[in-house]
Design a protein around this ligand. Structure first.
Ligand code: AMP
Length: 192
């Protein structure tokens, strides 16, 4: 598998590991859309849509939005024309139920994931990064207690999911510490 031949990817990793930034860069490099569930939720919150109203209280508490809501949103997004030839999912799947649902969506479309990348990082570094980002962007889910809760939820509900993909032989682990350029280079290297 080379970086230019992977078309269907998932980027996993704890909050603050730099997923969003790396997802946009990598997706651009591969010529596939980056699909960030967090970004889609935030846009819906900003636009005060019904979906935004459903999601906001969970996001503000650092909890996951319910699977039914999230799965329906992703199914809808993956059905769009620009995602038929490939996509990079950022922040999905995050629960076992989402892994199963993604499998079903892809199977129904006759396709499968090429690679799942896990960006790894140390917890103290993550808290530091997230607090820095909170100061810059003013995200309502970036207070210290919510940050700690988000990391807890990640380790309880999401961290183990990488094993599922590891068992399928499609997991690649990449160290998320360092500058954006360093990590981006490491990612491309790991995919080649
Ligand atoms: P993120 O920007 O990826 O850190 O996502 C921000 C917030 O959106 C998360 O803390 C969750 O509340 C919600 N969210 C994003 N993706 C998912 C998902 N796959 N499942 C449930 N909730 C999600």
């Amino acid at each position: 598998m080379t970086a230019s031949s992977a078309r269907r990817l998932v980027l996993m990793g704890p909050p603050g590991a730099g997923k969003g930034t790396q997802a946009s860069r990598l997706a651009e490099h591969l010529g596939v859309p980056a699909i960030s569930t967090g970004d889609i939720f935030r846009a819906n919150v900003a636009e005060r849509t019904e979906l935004g109203q459903q999601a906001q209280r969970y996001m503000d508490a650092g909890e996951y939005v319910p699977d039914e809501v999230t799965n329906a949103m992703v199914a809808d997004r993956l059905a769009a024309d620009d995602a038929t030839a490939g996509f990079l999912l950022d922040g999905y799947p995050r629960t076992e139920a989402q892994v199963g649902e993604l499998d079903r969506m892809l199977e129904a479309a006759g396709v499968s994931l090429d690679v799942v990348v896990e960006l790894t990082a140390d917890v103290d570094e993550l808290v530091k990064r997230l607090l820095g980002r909170a100061a810059e962007q003013g995200r309502s889910d970036d207070t210290e207690s919510v940050i700690r809760r988000r990391l807890e939820v990640y380790s309880e509900q999401t961290a183990a999911l990488v094993d599922v993909y590891d068992a399928r032989g499609i997991l690649v682990r990449v160290d998320g510490l360092g500058s954006v350029d360093d990590v981006a280079a490491r990612l491309l290297d790991a995919l080649s």
